[in-house]
Design a protein around this ligand. Structure first.
Ligand code: BGC
Length: 753
C-alpha cells in the first residue's frame, strides 16, 4: 500500500496541477477543479460522469470478454468516475490503484454504496427510526453507519431517501421518514449531518445523497415505478421541503428518480435539476441518475433511443450515469457533432471532481483503505450498542389493555409463536447488502436472555417457503398449516403468548408494492386460532409499512409495533416487553382501517362538505362502508405511563410570531418520554391549506408525577407556505394551534396575526 501511495503521489504531482507544490495548496477547490478540467480530454471528462456497479471479482483475474471486459477497459482508460457495490478495503484498494496508477491523469474513483440503515451493523429501517422522533439518535445512527462503511472503503452513501409518502402500498416507505414534510425535513437534515459530519475530508465521514428527486413517493396506486402526477401545492409544500432541508444541511449529492413527474421523467427534468436544485437552491454538488434511469427514458416513451436519452439527461442536469452506459457510449459523439454543448460536460464533470476534492481523495486516494481501521471498526461493540439504543427508541406501543405489558420478569410460562420470532435475517430489513444473513438477535434470543421466565417456542406457520434473495420475490406460505396444532397446544398451557407476526424484511423495499395490507400468508388465521385458546396475547409486529390491523386491534390486548429493528432487534423488543425500556415511539405514518382509504394522512385538505348534515344522509365526505378516521393516526404511540396536557397559553405575540407554552404532566407510575407535538391550522388561506400541519415537536422525559412547561415559537417560517409558483408566502389571519401526543390533539388555541 505504501508503494502504491508513493507511485500515486508522483503521478498526481506530475499530472494534477502540480498539486504537491506550495502554490496548489493555496488554490481553492474550485480553482483546482477548473485547472484539472483544462487538462482533461472530452472522453476523460465524460468518464467522470460514468458509474459502474461492481462487474467482476476484483481479487480474481481481470475480465477478458463480454461487457465486463469493456468496462474493465474503460476503467483503465480513465473512463469511469465512480463504482458502486464494491466494498471492503481489499476490493476498493485494488480498483483505486487501477484508477490512480494506470490511467493517464490518475483521478481517484468515488465509491458509492447503499448504506441505508447501517452497513454491517444494521440499525432499524429508516421508517422505524423516524418513529423515534429523536433527531439526536437518528443523527448518531447515520454517523455510525458512515464510520463503519468508511472503514470498509466506502466514501459515498445513496442515502438519505427523503421521499414523503402517504401510500402504505408502496414498498419503499420503509426507506423514508413517513408522511410528514416537517418531521421528514428535520430527519433529512439530521441524517445528512450524521453521514457527512462537519468535515467531508475526515475519513470517518462519507458524502450523502438525497434521493429520489423528485416525487417517487407519490407514484400512482402505490405501484412500484409508476408515474407521478401532482399539483404545485403538493410538490412545493409536501415533496420538496425535505429535499431543501438536505441542501441546507450541506448534502453533496442528489439522486434523481425512476419515476416521471407530470409527464417528464425526473432524470430528464430540467425544471427539477437545473432550475430548482442548481439555480434556485444553489446546489453545487452533483446529481447521479438512478440505476439505468437515463436509458429508461426510452421505455417511458420520452426519448427515442439511448442517444437521445443521454442528450436529454445531460442537458437537464443529470451529472452521473449510474449503470446505463448511455453517457459513455453517446456523449462524446453528441458533443463532437454539435448537438450537446460541451459546457454541460464541463459543468457535470466539474461538480463530480469538486466532491472528490472535498473528500480529500486527491490528497490521499487511499484514505478509506486502512486495514487496521477496517478490522477495528466493523461490527464493534460500540456500534452494536448504538444500534440497540435506537432500536428501543423506534418501538411504538399501539395498544396495552389492562396494562398487560410490561411482563413480569419471573415465574411466567411464555409461549412464543410465529416464524419471525426465531428469524435472525428478517429483522435486518431490506437494505442489507453488506450485512451477514442470520446476524440479528432474534426475539427468541432476546426473551431468553431474561432467565426468570420459561420461554417455549413454536413456529405456528412458516412465512416464506422459497429462497431468500434481494432481487427475487418471496414465496409466501398460504397452505401449510402443519405447525398450527403444536402452537395451539403450547398456547393453551402458557400464562401468556407472545406472537411475532408481520412482514418478512424482504416484503418491503424496492419492487415490493402490495395491495393487501393485512398480515401475509396464514398469520391472521393463526392469530385468531391462538386467540381462541388463550386471549392473553402480546402481538409483536414486524413490518416495513403501515398494516391494516382491525381485528388485532379489536381483540388482542397488547400490540407492539417493532418494525424491522436491525442487528439488536430481539434485545430491544425484550427490553420493551419487560419494561426495562418504556416505549416512546410515535407513528410517522397513518395506519389505515382499510386499503381503500389509502392514501390516508393527517394533513389532508378539507372538502366543502366535511360534516354529516343529519343521520343517514349521503351528501358529505365519507365512505358507505368505512369510517373516515384511520385506525392509528400519525404521531400516535402509547407509553407504560400516561401524560396529561394542560394550560396551553400564548406567552407573547407580534405581527408575525407567536410564543406558546403548555404544561405536560406524567400522570402514571413509570418514568417516560413523550413527544410533545404542535400542529397549526391556517383557517383561511389562498390556496387553501391542510386541516392542520405539524409545525413543532419536543421530546421530553418525565418522572412520575412531574410536570414540565414546554415552549414553542412560531414564526412566518412555520405559519407560511409555498404558493402555486413555488414562492414562500405568509398570509396573516386566523390560525389555531393544537398541542398533544398525536395528530388528533384537541387542546387548542385560536389566534390572529
Ligand atoms: C434504487 C436506488 C439505489 C440504487 C443503487 C436503485 O434501484 O432505486 O435507491 O440507491 O438502486 O443501488
Amino acid at each position: 500500500m505504501i508503494k502504491a501511495k508513493l507511485t500515486f503521489l508522483s503521478t498526481i504531482c506530475f499530472f494534477v496541477l502540480n498539486s504537491c507544490d506550495s502554490k496548489s495548496k493555496t488554490l481553492s477547490v474550485n480553482e483546482r477543479v477548473s485547472a484539472l478540467l483544462k487538462q482533461m480530454t472530452l472522453e476523460e471528462k465524460i468518464g467522470q460522469m460514468n458509474q459502474y456497479s461492481s462487474f467482476w471479482d476484483v481479487t480474481g483475474p481481470a475480465p477478458k470478454e463480454g461487457s465486463a471486459a469493456i468496462q474493465f477497459d474503460h476503467l483503465k482508460k480513465g473512463y469511469v468516475g465512480s463504482m458502486l457495490n464494491v466494498h471492503g478495503v481489499e476490493n476498493v484498494l485494488k480498483l483505486q490503484q487501477i484508477a490512480v496508477e494506470e490511467t493517464r491523469l490518475g483521478i481517484p474513483l468515488i465509491f458509492g454504496f447503499d448504506v441505508i440503515h447501517g452497513f454491517k451493523t444494521i440499525s432499524p429501517i429508516p421508517l422505524a427510526e423516524a418513529a423515534s422522533w429523536d433527531l439526536e439518535a437518528i443523527e448518531t445512527s447515520a454517523k455510525n453507519a458512515a464510520k463503519e462503511a468508511a472503514a470498509a472503503g466506502i466514501n459515498w452513501t445513496f442515502a438519505p431517501m427523503v421521499d414523503i409518502s402517504r401510500d402504505a402500498r408502496w414498498g419503499r416507505v420503509m426507506e423514508g421518514a413517513g408522511e410528514d414534510p416537517y418531521l421528514g425535513s428535520k430527519i433529512a437534515h439530521a441524517r445528512v449531518k450524521g453521514f457527512q459530519g462537519d468535515d467531508l475530508s475526515n475519513p470517518s465521514t462519507i458524502a450523502a445523497c438525497a434521493k429520489h428527486f423528485a416525487g417517487y413517493g407519490f407514484i400512482e396506486s402505490g405501484k412500484e415505478y409508476n408515474a407521478v402526477d401532482v399539483g404545485t401545492q403538493t410538490l412545493h409544500n409536501v415533496i420538496m421541503p425535505p429535499f431543501k432541508a438536505t441542501v441546507d444541511a450541506g448534502v453533496r449529492t442528489f439522486m434523481n428518480s425512476f419515476s416521471q413527474l407530470n409527464g417528464v421523467p425526473a432524470t430528464g427534468s430540467k425544471y427539477l435539476q437545473r432550475d430548482l436544485l442548481k439555480r434556485d437552491w444553489n446546489f453545487d454538488g452533483f446529481v447521479v441518475s438512478d440505476w439505468g434511469s437515463i436509458e429508461e427514458m426510452v421505455e417511458h416513451g420520452y426519448a427515442e433511443n439511448a442517444k437521445e436519452a443521454a442528450q436529454l439527461a445531460v442537458e437537464a442536469g443529470s451529472d452521473m450515469d449510474m449503470q446505463s452506459l448511455a453517457y459513455v457510449e453517446h456523449l462524446a459523439g453528441l458533443v463532437k457533432s454539435g448537438v450537446v454543448d460541451e459546457k454541460h460536460i464541463d459543468d457535470a464533470a466539474g461538480r463530480i471532481l469538486r466532491v472528490k476534492f472535498e473528500l480529500g481523495l486527491f490528497d490521499d486516494p487511499y484514505k478509506y483503505c486502512d486495514y487496521t481501521r477496517e478490522t477495528a471498526t466493523i461490527g464493534n461493540t460500540s456500534l452494536q450498542d448504538a444500534s440497540l439504543d435506537i432500536a428501543k427508541k423506534s418501538i411504538v406501543l399501539l395498544k396495552n389493555k389492562n396494562q398487560l405489558l410490561p411482563l413480569k420478569k419471573e415465574g411466567l410460562n411464555i409461549a412464543l409463536i410465529g416464524d419471525l420470532a426465531d428469524d435472525k435475517t428478517s429483522p435486518l430489513g431490506n437494505w442489507i447488502l453488506a450485512a451477514e444473513k442470520n446476524s440479528a438477535v432474534s426475539v427468541l434470543e432476546g426473551l431468553k436472555s431474561y432467565p426468570g421466565n420459561n420461554v417455549e417456542y413454536s413456529v405456528g406457520t412458516t412465512l416464506n417457503i422459497g429462497p431468500l434473495q434481494f432481487a427475487k420475490e418471496l414465496n409466501i406460505n398460504t397452505t401449510d398449516k402443519s405447525g398450527f396444532a403444536a402452537a395451539l397446544n403450547l398456547a393453551k398451557t402458557s400464562d401468556v403468548v407472545v406472537m411475532v407476526l408481520g412482514e418478512h424484511g424482504f416484503q418491503s423495499g424496492e419492487g415490493r408494492s402490495r395491495t393487501n395490507l393485512g398480515l401475509p400468508g396464514l398469520q391472521q388465521e393463526l392469530l385468531e386460532a391462538v386467540y381462541n385458546v388463550n386471549k392473553n396475547i402480546v402481538l409483536v409486529l414486524n413490518n416495513g409499512r403501515p398494516l391494516v390491523l382491525n381485528w388485532a386491534n379489536e381483540h388482542i390486548p397488547a400490540i407492539v409495533e417493532a418494525w424491522q429493528l436491525g442487528s439488536q432487534s430481539g434485545n430491544a423488543i425484550a427490553q420493551v416487553v419487560y419494561g426495562d425500556y418504556n416505549p416512546s415511539g410515535k407513528l410517522p405514518m397513518t395506519f389505515p382501517r382499510s386499503v381503500g382509504q389509502v392514501p390516508i394522512y393527517y394533513n389532508y385538505k378539507s372538502t366543502g362538505r366535511p360534516n354529516l348534515p343529519s343521520p343517514g344522509e349521503v351528501f358529505w365526505t365519507h365512505y358507505q362502508d368505512e369510517e373516515n378516521t384511520p385506525l392509528y393516526p400519525f404521531g400516535y404511540g402509547l407509553s407504560y405511563t400516561t401524560f396529561e396536557y394542560q394550560n396551553l397559553k400564548i406567552e407573547s405575540q407580534t405581527d408575525t410570531t407567536l410564543d406558546v407554552s403548555v404544561e405536560v404532566t406524567n400522570s402514571g407510575n413509570f418514568e417516560g418520554k413523550e413527544v410533545v407535538q404542535l400542529y397549526v391550522k391556517d383557517h383561511f388561506a389562498r390556496p387553501a391549506q391542510a386541516v392542520r400541519n405539524l409545525k413543532g415537536f419536543k421530546l421530553i422525559n418525565l418522572q412520575p408525577g412531574a410536570t414540565k412547561t414546554v415552549q414553542f415559537k412560531l414564526t412566518e417560517k412555520e405559519l407560511g407556505f409555498y404558493n402555486s409558483n413555488g414562492d414562500f408566502i405568509f398570509q396573516p389571519g386566523e390560525f389555531s394551534v393544537f398541542i398533544g401526543g398525536d395528530s388528533t390533539a384537541d387542546l387548542s388555541l385560536k389566534f390572529k396575526l
